[in-house]
Design a protein around this ligand. Structure first.
Ligand code: ATR
Length: 271
């Protein structure tokens, strides 16, 4: 019997996850189906229960349900616990295992696809919302020289730095306080959605080998344009992160690791 998986969110029509997982399944010869579930904003738990009752084996979880998925899970991975959010659920009997593959997907895209070394480097993480929080532990596990979290609302960056200090060399800063250079700069803010850019001092980009936008789309965001203009050697968007976090999920569910490069190329051609 075909094993059932799905992505659940609201809205969900735009999700590329069905295309990605269909490609992974074809490539690895796995007999799975993967659909989209639009759950009412107040109906996450009921929709998941229905999917499980119908034999569903795993779910990808997207906005706005990543916190509710964390509460729904009966067991959490260390990285889901650290992120405070779940983007993948795996069901086994009455158990619901919650994982968060976003940060691992980011690190894999940076290191394997973008070929950037993170160990010993100075990393600037811009933003202190859910996307930033999920990236912190996987980034610290790469042993950077320092991870600086800068955010428009300073208190949020300080809270993250305090919380994750036991995990590695993390510091908080306001945008104005940034007076040094960084090897890798990651935009985890939502600024690009509104066509805006976090107001970083130009000097941060002078030795920057990669400025990375965690969102993706056709063309460059203002953050990417400004990074290049201010001296960043290269920019990338988060399409690779999307594909890599899905590959982590596929491995969690199916025990095999798919090739991501052809799927990334396919998605890029469809943007
Ligand atoms: P997500 O889950 O995508 O991280 P979020 O939790 O709402 O979304 O967090 C959004 C992040 O983008 C926050 O760090 C926010 O800064 P504040 O904490 O000061 O609100 C940041 N952000 C959103 N719009 C921004 C803008 N125009 N300039 C700079 N930062 C912005």
């Amino acid at each position: 019997m075909t094993d059932r998986y799905a992505v659940i969110g609201n809205p969900i029509a735009h999700s590329k996850s069905p295309v990605i997982h269909a490609e992974f399944a074809r490539q690895t010869g796995q007999d799975i189906s993967y659909e989209r579930i639009l759950a009412p904003v107040d109906g996450f738990r009921a929709a998941v229960d229905t999917f499980r009752a119908e034999g569903g084996q795993g779910l990808s979880v997207t906005l706005p349900f990543k916190l509710e998925a964390c509460a729904y899970a009966t067991q959490l991975s260390d990285r889901a616990q650290a992120a405070g959010a779940v983007n993948q659920l795996k069901f086994e009997g009455t158990d619901a295992f919650g994982d968060n593959t976003d940060g691992a997907g980011l690190v894999r895209d940076l290191q394997s696809n973008q070929r950037v070394h993170l160990a010993g480097r100075r990393i600037l993480l811009v933003g202190a919302g859910g996307a930033a929080q999920g990236a912190i532990v996987p980034l610290l596990e790469c042993r950077p020289a320092v991870l600086v979290v800068a955010n428009r609302t300073a208190a949020k960056a300080h809270a993250l730095a305090t919380r994750f200090a036991p995990r590695g060399p993390i510091r908080a800063a306001t945008f104005e306080e940034l007076d040094s250079r960084f090897d890798v700069i990651l935009n985890a803010t939502a600024a690009s959605i509104g066509g805006e850019c976090p107001p970083l001092p130009e000097a941060v980009y002078e030795d920057c080998s990669l400025a990375y936008e965690m969102m993706y789309g056709r063309g460059q965001t203002l953050f990417m344009e400004q990074a290049l203009a201010a001296g960043a050697a290269r920019v990338a968007d988060g399409l690779g992160m999307l594909v890599e976090q899905a590959a982590e999920a596929f491995e969690l569910w199916r025990g095999v690791r798919p090739e991501t490069a052809p799927v990334l190329a396919l998605l890029r051609s469809q943007l």
